[in-house]
Design a protein around this ligand. Structure first.
Ligand code: GAR
Length: 201
């Protein structure tokens, strides 16, 4: 059986990466295999998770590279070195250029912690998304997995899951509920579906 080689790009704690690694260990992610984890932030805890699972990890920082073009060149080299066919952005906070996303058309997935098109686009990431949802007073939020194109959070939607907002929610409490009830379920499922699509092509 052909497997799609997955590179996961991260910036922080890596709980979504962990959900992917756990799905792989449990066999629910089996049409794809995580071959590389890349962090754009030095010392991201996500790299420790990769190491613990025996997956190669790399740090590639835009600042150290000296700009977007050099950063993406390094990313491309690392992805090619590891034979990656699919990129999963799991809490990855750098924006990728139109040239890069075009080169990987329908081969980059992102998880976003809201029901797109609400609370998404430039400036909406991490806790800020949940702060905005609470400030607007919506009663339902959720998570979205989508393909990545040149528009931040603008690519084709693959899967969404709704999560209730409850009285007394803080951004932190809501973030955790969205992760537990939506992100950590949706992302491994979408990774399996798209890996199978690519592997069977
Ligand atoms: C997750 O909630 C993810 O959806 C979000 O950042 C968090 C990363 O957590 N991503 C975005 O906001 C992208 N716009 P993690 O490092 O524990 O997976």
């Amino acid at each position: 059986m052909k497997q799609t080689k997955i590179a996961v790009l991260v910036s922080g704690g890596g709980t979504n990466l962990q959900a992917l690694l756990d799905a792989q260990a449990a066999g629910t992610l089996h049409r794809g295999r995580i071959v590389l984890v890349i962090s754009d932030r030095p010392g991201a805890f996500a790299l420790k998770r990769a190491e613990k699972s025996g997956v190669p990890g790399l740090e590639i920082s835009k600042k150290a590279c000296g700009g977007q073009a050099a950063f993406e060149q390094k990313l491309t080299e690392a992805l090619e070195d590891h034979g990656a066919d699919l990129i999963i952005l799991a809490g990855f906070l750098s924006i990728l250029s139109a040239d890069f996303t075009r080169a990987w058309d329908h081969r980059i997935l992102n998880i976003h912690p809201s029901l797109i098109p609400s609370f998404c686009g430039a400036g909406f990431y991490g806790l800020k998304v949940h702060e905005a949802a609470l400030a607007r007073g919506v009663k339902v939020t959720g998570a979205t997995v989508h393909y990545v194109n040149e528009i931040p959070d603008g690519g084709e939607i693959i899967a969404q899951k709704a999560v209730e907002i409850l009285p007394g929610d803080t951004p932190e409490i809501l973030q955790r509920r969205v992760m537990e009830q939506a992100e950590w379920i949706l992302l491994p499922q979408a990774a399996e579906t798209v890996s199978a699509l690519l592997a069977d092509r």
